[in-house]
Design a binder for this molecule. Structure first.
Ligand SMILES: Cc1cc2nc3c(=O)[nH]c(=O)nc-3n(C[C@H](O)[C@H](O)[C@H](O)COP(=O)(O)OP(=O)(O)OC[C@H]3O[C@@H](n4cnc5c(N)ncnc54)[C@H](O)[C@@H]3O)c2cc1C
Length: 455
């Protein structure tokens, strides 16, 4: 890309093309591990659909890679800059365009923060259910592009289950609308579902019609402390077998409790070796909570019914349990998922393999979905040998999840970091099919190249 190209873009979008060193540095990466530090050529801030179309027409003319970006909170390197790219920031497209309370839908721009949408629709007794732990700062556009999950997804499903329609700008600047504003609709191929989770590799999401759910009138929260982690994982299955559906079912191991205590001054580890955090909601919340309590006490848990303030605090602590630091090559948080029936086995395998490889491990899990976030780390001072052990533990944990019928990524996406494992999960024929779909949407390969499905 010559400087002339950027000048042309700056003329098309005056004041919107940033090339200051600190701007480029700030937008070079998301929170995932960086394999190769690359600075973008420019950060371009869109304020309208027309801006996005202008940027993509320009990018197609000059064959310039475009990395879309919301809040940059992804942890797979999906928003990392790639060679010669511009970063297309959608953060300023942050208007809630419509709330149709009777239809239980809303239409938003991609840069709307998840928590802001929830605050706005709460006035109508509604909620936008998918709530990633990053909901206070991640964008709906980023949530759509990663098919984000969250805490309430145990009951209400992931992003894909709450998105009805999308407006998307394709690589050549064409604007298309997919889906429908009704809850049902099966006309043609489900391109909306295809675009959700495509990590900015098929198009730029510029408008989203979401389905809203009823804000529960009653909520009950239980904190169940177990002596050890596998026993707490057994509690997850006990709740399912009793056929009770909690809204939130989160599992935290002892190392996670310790690290929360040290950062937030809480006393969780003193209360037990592992925590199962359960929230029921809706009119039967109290009864369901009581049934769950009985199941968990039967497994040896010490269960306390948390009042509203303490419940909020615990849920908030859970949202912080990953830590706010970006991952790096010495500390990697994973995102595997396994069938629920394999949770206990997988949790035990994680503890065994971390000990065998001599690496540190802490685990939190959206346990209701069988989705685990083990974080493995070694001390940087321990050198190359420690990094080798970390890599071996990561590979081992992913291979084990796959052997148990799981997946390499439950909700964070493949991005850049998990590409090395994609071929372990998907056959050559499926990978080829995906490459051909990519070619249809993006023949020049300019949309977030080298991410999600590779090149
Ligand atoms: C502390 C912490 C907790 C987290 N908890 C969760 C969790 O519980 N569940 C979960 O699923 N994730 C979680 N995440 C990961 C992350 O927050 C989600 O992946 C989130 O959906 C990313 O949103 P974002 O706006 O930050 O997107 P970004 O990080 O900016 O981008 C993510 C991907 O989407 C693409 N993209 C962004 N906007 C668009 C657009 N408008 N059109 C096309 N492509 C686009 C980017 O190119 C990139 O590939 C967590 C992250 C952190 C740091």
């Amino acid at each position: 890309m010559g400087a002339g190209d950027l000048e042309e873009l700056a003329q098309l979008l005056p004041g919107r093309v940033g090339t200051a060193a600190e701007d480029l540095e700030l937008h070079a990466r998301d929170k995932g591990p960086v394999l190769e530090h690359i600075l973008p050529r420019a950060v371009v801030r869109a304020r309208s659909i027309e801006d996005v179309r202008t940027i993509l027409r320009w990018a197609t003319r000059h064959a310039i890679p475009v990395v879309s970006r919301g809040a940059g909170s992804g942890i797979s390197g999906g928003a990392h800059a790639t060679d010669g790219c511009i970063i297309l920031s959608l953060e300023e497209m942050n208007r809630i365009l419509r709330i149709d309370a009777d239809d239980e839908t809303a239409v938003v721009e991609p840069g709307v923060i998840n928590a802001d949408l929830n605050a706005a629709v709460a006035e109508h007794g509604l909620m936008y259910a998918p709530d990633p732990a990053s909901y206070r700062w991640s964008t709906i556009g980023g949530n759509v592009a990663t098919n984000a999950g969250g805490l309430r997804c145990a009951k209400y499903g992931v992003t894909r289950d709450s998105v009805l329609a999308l407006d998307v700008v394709l690589a050549d600047g064409t604007l298309v609308s997919t889906g429908h504003s009704t809850f049902k609709g099966v006309a043609g191929y489900d391109l909306t579902a295809l675009l959700i989770g495509s990590e900015g590799t098929l198009g730029v999401v510029v408008g989203i019609t979401v389905r809203l759910r009823y804000l529960p009138r009653s909520v009950r929260t239980l904190a169940a402390f177990f002596d050890d982690f596998p026993r707490a994982a057994e509690g997850v299955l006990a709740i399912s077998r009793a056929r009770i559906q909690p809204a939130i079912l989160e599992l935290l191991d002892g190392r996670t409790l310790e690290s929360l205590d040290s950062v937030h001054g809480s006393d969780l580890r003193r209360r037990g070796g592992s925590l199962l955090l359960v929230q029921t909601d809706g009119f039967g919340a109290a009864e369901e909570a009581e049934m769950i309590r009985r199941e968990l006490v039967g497994l040896g848990a010490s269960v306390s019914d948390e009042g509203a303030a303490e419940a909020d605090r615990l849920i908030d602590l859970r949202r912080h349990s990953r830590g706010d630091a970006a991952d790096d090559v010495h500390r990697v948080g994973e995102d595997v998922a396994v069938p629920k029936s394999r949770l206990v086995q997988y949790v035990a395998a994680l503890e065994e393999l971390a000990a065998r490889h001599g690496v540190n491990l802490k685990v939190v899990a959206h346990a209701g979905d069988g989705n685990l976030h083990p974080t493995f780390w070694v001390e940087a001072a321990d050198g190359e040998d420690a990094r080798g052990r970390l890599e071996a533990a990561l590979d081992d944990s992913v291979r084990t999840a796959l052997d148990l019928g799981g997946t390499i990524t439950g909700e964070h996406g493949v991005g850049q970091y998990k590409l090395r494992w994609l071929g372990w999960e998907q056959s050559a024929a499926v990978l080829e099919l995906q490459r051909r779909i990519k070619e249809v949407f993006d023949p020049l390969g300019i949309l977030n190249p080298g991410k999600a499905i590779g090149s």
